[in-house]
Design a protein around this ligand. Structure first.
Ligand SMILES: [Zn+2]
Length: 365
């Protein structure tokens, strides 16, 4: 392996188990054949944003070869203050005005002579008008700018956007790799808390970290686990009654779980070593790499996520808890919940999907 290649690969060493996208990114970077626009897709919490940040560092770093490099460029990218690395992670729709502003920024040459990297996390929230406003920029950004679009639900992007991007797929992480990730963040991979968090993290390092370190998140998850045990345990026979209780509990838990996500002041986009730094010193490393339109999010109170996204978060947590050992297994409700997750992902009518879920659960119990 050439030195250059080894050097580039090292930027990704704080990300576990995404060998295919990392290999392709390294190869394209070393070969100098980077496409103008990437699309990173795959489940939430597996390291898509962290990989995009590592990519930006690999283009800008002035030292080279460390996932937690402290050179001025990498430090600025990590704290969201680098002028040529723009990272957006919005919680609601990304509109046409914001997109025009971004496209105008993309057209400016960077003062440093380096490539500008524009990362749009949660690209499924880009509105149709905004997508259309970006088509030309995404198709031919020029050799001084790279776009990275990131999404958990690629099917919800316009096909005209998808067809303009070089797609890289990310996948869930195995439990052994999750244990390695835990160790890299400074956690003891053999401790009972670590093992328990791995068990219910569902192959997502991002969720593992919250389960291990965020109190409210841990509490809600363990209550959901109790609720599922009660509902799906051997004694779960009063079907209509339970289905009605489910309906109330469902929204309460969905709300609390997404609030816990919001309040977990964990910077998104950190790799394992940077998370380790954050755990040791949250005051210094609490800012994170997201730097575009964040004020708006800080100001925003009230409901933080769309109902669909809240439900997806809860349904994903439920299916993971059901699949783990602690809850009495019952194949039918589990398959119904999976069915529900698929429907919500593909934007089927949300209310109908929920009603269907209650109906099937009531029958299954
Ligand atoms: Zn560096």
């Amino acid at each position: 392996m050439s030195d250059k290649k080894r050097n580039i690969e090292a930027f990704y060493s704080g990300i576990v188990s995404q060998d295919v996208p990392v290999r392709i990114l390294t190869h394209l970077t070393v070969a100098g054949r980077l496409p103008g626009t990437f699309l990173f897709s795959g489940p939430g919490g597996v390291g898509k944003l962290a990989t995009a940040i590592a990519f930006a560092k690999s283009l800008h770093c002035s030292k080279g070869g460390k996932p937690d490099c402290d050179c001025p460029e990498c430090s600025a990218i990590r704290s969201g203050t680098h002028p040529d690395v723009i990272v957006s992670s919005k919680d609601r729709h990304f509109g046409v005005d914001e997109m025009r502003e971004l496209v105008a920024l993309a057209g400016l040459r960077s003062g440093s002579g380096h490539e500008r990297v524009i990362i749009l996390d949660r690209a499924e929230l880009i509105t149709q008008a905004a997508s259309n406003a970006a088509l030309k920029a995404l198709e031919e950004p020029g050799d001084h700018v790279r776009f990275i679009l990131i999404t958990d639900t690629p099917a919800s992007l316009l096909s005209t956007i998808r067809s303009r991007a070089y797609a890289l797929k990310f996948s869930l992480v195995g439990d052994d790799e999750l244990a390695r990730f835990a160790e890299m963040t400074g956690d003891d991979p053999e401790s009972a808390e670590t093992r328990n968090a791995i068990r219910i993290a569902g192959g997502r390092p991002g969720r593992y970290f919250r389960l291990k370190h965020m109190k409210e998140y841990v509490e809600v998850t363990s209550e959901i686990e109790g609720w599922l045990s009660e509902s799906f345990g051997r004694n779960g026979t009063a079907s209509v009654e339970i289905a009605l209780k489910w309906k109330d509990a469902f929204w309460q838990f969905a709300d609390r779980l997404s609030s816990a996500e919001r309040d977990a002041a964990v910077p998104r986009g950190y790799n394992a070593y940077e998370i380790g730094d954050f755990i040791k010193n949250p005051d210094i490393y609490g800012t994170g790499p997201i730097n575009w339109q964040v004020e708006e999010r800080k100001k925003k109170t009230g409901r933080y996520w769309t109902q669909g996204r809240q439900a997806l978060l809860l349904a994903g947590t439920m299916s993971q808890l059901l699949a783990s050992q602690s809850v009495e297994r019952n194949a039918r409700p589990i398959s119904r919940i999976h069915d529900f997750i698929e429907k919500v992902k593909f934007n089927c009518s949300f209310d109908i999907s929920v009603e269907r879920l209650y109906f099937h659960l009531a029958k299954a119990l």
